[in-house]
Design a protein around this ligand. Sequence first.
Ligand code: BG6
Length: 485
Amino acid sequence: MVSRTIPVDTFDLILFGATGDLAARKILPSLYRRFLAGQMPEDARVIGAARSELDDEGFREIVRDALGEFVSPSKRDGDTIEKFLAQCSYIPIDAKEEAGWDALKERIRDDAIKAFYFSVGPSIFGPLAERLRSHGIAGPKCRLVVEKPFGTDLETARKLNDNLAESFDEAQIYRIDHFLGKETVQNLMAVRFANVLFEPLWNERYIDHVQITVSETVGVTGRGSYYDRSGAMRDMVQNHLMQLLCLTAMEPPNRYDADMLRDEKLKVIRALDPVSKEDVVRGQYKASGEQPSYVQDAENPDSRTESFVALKVGISNWRWKHVPFYLRTGKRMSRRLSEIVIQFKETSHSIFERDGLSKANSLTIRLQPDEGMDLSVTIKEPGPGGMRLVNVPLDMTFADALGPDGEEIPDAYERLIMDVIRGNQTLFMRGDEVEAAWAWTDPIIEEWEARGDRPASYSQGTSGPEEALALMHRDNRRWRDLEEE
Ligand code: BG6
């Protein structure tokens, strides 16, 4: 990968929740890596803000530890770390208290871009935005970055949007869905809209169905209390899988422009059919040897929250009528894998004798790991024995295709934070998009809650409950095996 780092304009990034887990794991390491790459200017500043009574040095210690833990050793350079730390400072602040706000106002520069990053629980978004406004801190050069979860249903998301709109314009609000910052997710748009090959086939005439899988091997240890109120539907489907579905299904926007792109995504969400209860499977992982079960991880013996969900959804528009989209995501599965499979139809007529195997083409876009894509094509198996057909992959792995000098694929947060500073909202969710996603999700969850039944249990290290396999089998289709290369 060729480095094309262009420094951004100078900025003050005010990180609320600076002592939290996300700051340590993602936000601070990503800023450091951009600093190392020469993209973060040497006079840009990171101002940590949280309730802990720390001074600048105390905060720098926290940043140093975070970089030690979450930046790969090859990128940890002592001098660069010290320079980066010199640009970090701290102000103790509580959204509910008066103290600290005037100090913050004095600390930030009028002529710099100001990004207020809310890496805090959603209940604090509104009060923080209000403090910024009432203390005269929010202004035209300000941007607001908000993390997920953006609400827990349509009503709460609307309230949040309304709250933020009291202090900020939509053009200043950057709602993060970190999947959009992944290189491979952006690549999905390049594949679709920068090649002549795929677009003519990208419709109900040639595509049989689409599968979107995000499977993880991790459980919910350590974040059970958040997760148990959320579940896979709210934690993954309403946002990450929804975004993948939108980018796969949307019409080409006229330009790669924030609002044009988001308009197209919104149209997809609004065209999603309601999901009937027969078309959803919920699962919960059970204990396996020493590994605790979901309910043990969540510390809630009666929990009915799903750690797995699979569903089938249709899109009511010309392009996708009769093409089901199958989505599945789960924790403690056999493999960490995110991919989109476009399963094409079989040829309308075969001139060859079939050997029983389906020879339909498929395009698999591998989002992580082993980033790349492969297109399965049918060829003649070389050698005697007649016209024997086999499916082989035309395989493109980013790491190979982009050569040995390739840089590490940057973390999604690096791209997203720099886009905030550049003022580019393309990879962020608009308020109406988030609301539309909840409007589709809510009835599914309400129906479960009304029924009150337990999710199907599944063994850890598998591809989820049997019922999820049946969801496809009954349509004479099958999920791509998680272990398949
Ligand atoms: C987060 C979810 O948004 O995404 C987590 O809350 C999930 O439950 C994570 O594990 C997956 O992200 P990634 O980048 O590790 O694929």
